[in-house]
Every structure is written in C-alpha cells, then in structure tokens.
Design a protein around this ligand. Sequence first.
Ligand SMILES: Nc1ncnc2c1ncn2[C@@H]1O[C@H](COP(=O)(O)OP(=O)(O)OP(=O)(O)O)[C@@H](O)[C@H]1O
Ligand SMILES: [Mg+2]
Length: 510
Amino acid sequence: MVPTVFTAALNGVEALPVRVEVAVRRGTPMIGFVGLAPASARECRERFRSAASQLGLRVPGLRITVNLAPADLRKDGAAFDLPVATAVLAGAGHVPPERARKWALVGELGLDGTVRRVRGALPIALRLRTERAIDGLIVPEENLAETRAAAGLRVLGTRSLAQVLGFLRGDNELTSASEYRGVSPPPPDAATDYSEVAGQETAKRVLTIAAAGGHNVLLRGPPGVGKTMLARALPTILPLLSPPQALEVTTVHSVAGRLAPGGGLLERSPFRAPHHTVTSAGLVGGGAPVRPGEISLAHHGVLFLDEVTEFRAPVLEALRLPLEEGEVWISRAGGHVRFPARFLLVAAMNPCACGRLSPGAHGCSCGPAQVRRHSAKLSSPFLDRVDLHLDVPPLDWNELRAAGGPPQSPGIRRRVLEARERAARRNGSGRATNSRIAPRDLASACRLDGPADEWLGRVSSRHGLGARACHRLLRVSRTIADLECSDRVSREHVAEALQFRHRSLPVRSG
Ligand SMILES: Nc1ncnc2c1ncn2[C@@H]1O[C@H](COP(=O)(O)OP(=O)(O)OP(=O)(O)O)[C@@H](O)[C@H]1O
Ligand SMILES: [Mg+2]
C-alpha cells in the first residue's frame, strides 16, 4: 500500500482536494517531488529535513518520491509541509500508514518542527466536509477558530509535527475546535460616531442612502471639511454581516492571510482604505501565489479611496469591471482565478488642485485649464459607476461648535437595516441591494406614482439624461423611498435623487 495523506490546494477562494502519495525504495538517499511548484518543493524539503532531524527522526538509505495529485493542479505555498512530512514519515515507518491515510492535513513547518498557520484553512475545511475517505482535518492551532464554521467536519489543531505524529501513533490527543479558546474578537468599533461630525447633514444623508442601497459615492470638497471623517464613520451605520456574508468575507480574508492568529468568523462589514500609491495587483488582486486585492478584502463592505484623483489612472480603470460584475478574474500561469468583490465604493477628492473651488465660494487660484486637468483625472466611465455625487461645503464656526450630542449612528444603522430588509424582500436575495436592480426589473421594482412619472419625463428631457443616468436615478429614488418605508416612488424621492447626479463645477473665467 502506497502511504498517502490528504490535503488541499487553493484556487482563488476555492479549495481542491489533493492526495500526497509517497513511493519508497532502497537506494541513494533523496527526496524528490512530483506535482509541486519547484520553489515550494525546494523549501518544503529543507523545512522537512530540519524539522525531522530536530525530532530525531531519520529516513536513512531511502529514496523517496512524493507525488501531489492531481498533477495538473497548481500548488504553491507552504501549507503542504505538514502533509508531506507526515506522508514521508509514514513511508519511512515512523507512523502507521493506515492511520495517516484517514486524515487530511495542512500546515507550514518551522525548522524546529513547530506548525505555523496557513492561508485558506476555512475554505479547505468547507471543501473537505464532503470528502468521505477521511475522518477529519488537522490544521495549525491558530487556524482552528476560523474552521468552526465548517460544521460536520471533525477539525483538530496542532502546534507541532511531534504532536501530529503522537496523535497518529495513538500516544496523545489534539485540540478540538470546541476546546480551543482562540482570541477574542476586536472590541466594538471605536470609530467616529456621526454625532462627532459637525453639520454636513446632506453628506450624512447621502451616506445613509449609500449604505441602505449599496450606491457608490463621490464626496468632493475643499480641504478640512470632514470628507475623510464622514467616510470613516460609515462602518458605524452598516448592519452586521448575515451568516452567509460572514462566511464569504471570512473566506476571502482567510485566503489573503489577513485573519488575526486564532481569529474566528468576521461579523462586521470590512472597511478598506488603500493608500493612493497602491498598485493594480494590490487593489484588484494578483501576485504569486495569487492573493485577493483590496477590492476583495472589501467584499460586503466599503472600499474607501481617499484623495481619489491621486490614484494612478490604470489602477482606477482596473476597478471598472469589478464594480459592474461584483467579482474579479485574475489571469495566472495555468488558468484564471476568481475572487468575489462586491463592495461599496466611497471616494473623496478636492475639486481642484488648490482645493478651494466650490459653488459660490471664492479664493480658488486655479485657472480653467488646471481645473479641467484635475477633473479629467477621473474618467467618465469611472464617474458613471458612481450613483451619488456630493459637493461637501465648507463649515462655518457656528456649525462646528454644534458638534457632539447623543450618538446618531445607531439610529441611522437601524433605518439602513430596515430599508435593506425591505429591498431584499422585493428584489430577492440574488440582487438584494437596490444598486443591483437589473434594468429589466427597474419598472416593476421602482413603481413611480403618477406625478413622479410625468415629472421625470420632463426632467430627463430638460437635463438630457441618457438611459444609464435615468436608471441610476431610479435606483437611488427607490432607496430613498425604502428609507421612507414607501412602496411607491414619489416625485419628492426622485427630486432628492436628482440632486446627487454628477455635475461639473463652474470654473472662474479668465
Ligand atoms: N464637519 C466636521 N466636524 C467636526 N470636525 C471636523 C469637521 N470637518 C473637519 N473637521 C476636523 O478637521 C479634521 C480634518 O477633517 P478631514 O480629514 O475629514 O477633512 P477632509 O475634508 O478629508 O480634508 P482633505 O481634503 O484635506 O482630505 C478632522 O480630523 C476634524 O478634526
Ligand atoms: Mg481627507
């Protein structure tokens, strides 16, 4: 019988089962790999040799071939260290092969034989639930908490290769997921409550609409008016993730290696604010091995692009497709990898290079050409994907003085949740938020009352609104009506939505 253990390889957010088989012959001592990426094989061999010699385990006079099947599946990373070590030691007679073949293992080996956490333990556990050939999965102890969501699979945690060998020989037990304490989740958000933001009632309203309907937002305004502050307070009005969303979000963060050691399921919507120097790979995903980018880490949460005009144009253009599709496909040698990326985009910018251009305000020192150059940094296809555009005005002293008072965010969050539930009941779970209502469903989802219908007809011809702009207007109006608990979309709802369409700022002449 060929000594075998199970493990799994990651392909995007999916895991695929892999068998590690070992052939042992007498001959010149060596360990050769088949089916593992060459760099991973080299490193895996070195870590195994060091860990085994620390434990006093030797494989003398044996020529060992390790095969990772299926061979055509790309296998990168260090998670194969532990299964490979276990299979080789089973081949050399250090553990009973019939016990080893009943377990799937993942883990990176330290040179001293400690087992370190790996990326993707959650999707691996979820996938192996249906694997009949195994009794369970052994993961590094720091990965145990995240695997609790894979109900139905027996998952055990280990800290070292020695513990695994002892367990397979029947000498010791391993920690089970229910015994493992893990780390406590981070304390509830110490994030800014909206009561701390003075004035800016329209901006708060826009962010409420955005949170309720999943509409992308662009905040434009002079420096120091609170744009960053407003956007950073957004998580305080977003509802907690539903259980399926929590599973998806945790899976992406697990694959990216972004979960805290010992951390479990994520329950809050993620908020990601990459710096404007981020690369395309950092934003949409990439690298070797392929990792999810910021847009996927923001899945079911917020992607905040502060100072959006400073991002390089190709980086912003890379967002266009994911903004439409809610996912991203990344090419790599041997195929494509998919990562989910359904996020709420919030962008903030100054209106011009000096930052002081605003309707009715004075003191802007930029010439018309300069202002045009500044605005042109955002392409029309990019702006087209933003439903809500707002010019955030400067504050006066009286408004600033009025900051504080009782918390506002919990009340707003409740209204957001109610509006979302209303929308989900109407739209169906596939297209839960209003921003995703398909054009063919718009007429039935956004039923306008008589005056609204007639008024929209007049307004659209006066402003020359195209089909896309009208659809956007309807979706935002629908969300405003949902926030008012109204089945019908009225003229007032459409009028409010119309305020937030894209407009160029008036440039001073000469
Ligand atoms: N509306 C506000 N209420 C209370 N404090 C505010 C407000 N606006 C600005 N501030 C104060 O000014 C600081 C800067 O605000 P913020 O960074 O949000 O401005 P901004 O609009 O993003 O400016 P910039 O365009 O330079 O990025 C805040 O940390 C806060 O102390
Ligand atoms: Mg700012």
